[in-house]
Design a protein around this ligand. Sequence first.
Ligand SMILES: N[C@@H](CCC[C@H](N)C(=O)O)C(=O)O
Length: 295
Amino acid sequence: MRIHFTKMQGAGNDFVVLDGVRQDLSALDAALLQRLGDRRFGVGADQILLVQPAQQAGADFRYRIFNGSTGAEVQHCGNGARCFARYVRDQGLIDRDVIRVDTVNNRLELRLQSDGRVTVDMGAPRWQPSDLPFDPAGLTPDTASAVPLWTLDTPWHTDPATSGRPAQVQFAALSMGNPHAVIAVDDVERYPVADVGAWLESHPRFAQKVNVGFAQTLAPGEMRLRVFERDAGETLACGTGACAAAVAGMALGRQASAVEIHTRGGDLRIAWAGGDTPVLMTGPAETVFEGHIDL
Ligand SMILES: N[C@@H](CCC[C@H](N)C(=O)O)C(=O)O
């Protein structure tokens, strides 16, 4: 099977984008997607994005997302949504700057800006543990703040001093369409992101695993963020993770209603008016190269 692909990146979160409108991709299964996502045996990407014809009235396209390391389908990808908009416009699949797409559980509005960036209406955050899902049985959240903060002992709680890992973590749990846990840290560059991220990502209380964000507040309106993504490890940026970290900070009263987020791969701007209003994310989206691959 020979397929055409486009390699794209948004703040360093990288994607293989496949046109399922003009080419038949019905033979693509999880194993082939995993091969495409493999950085040694395939093209290599954090996620694979599939552009398909819309199935519902009011949508322009169907937007499907697969984690590159597993080939498993996931619900959302914010950096990918910006690349999706740039892709369908640059490939001539649409000639409008406002594009509506359906993911497996949401409708998103993507808006191409005159400066080349893309703004995505990411929908409203959801805070119920069942939305992730997260099992809180037996835990007492800190409810002094507007959103519950959950505390878990880590595997290092008996020897935090010698291991250099925290004894406990406290996190906000929320869904941006996909599951997120956000931990506030003092210095994100010195925090053991790989160890804590890998442990919490696969914690049995998260039945479908979780994306883990590590957020450092620099000022009201400015934050530094690293994200250990579900099934991807630490990526250079995570769009849904940036939204989750921003709205958690805002709901906790630590952040302004618009925040610039510095990731290792670039900057994202997140705005939210609170409650059930949608989170707006703005950031870059660029094509890196395109080609064909025989699978
Ligand atoms: N890179 C993403 C999120 C991709 C999916 C995530 N790893 C998951 O499994 O939910 C983004 O930019 O949002």
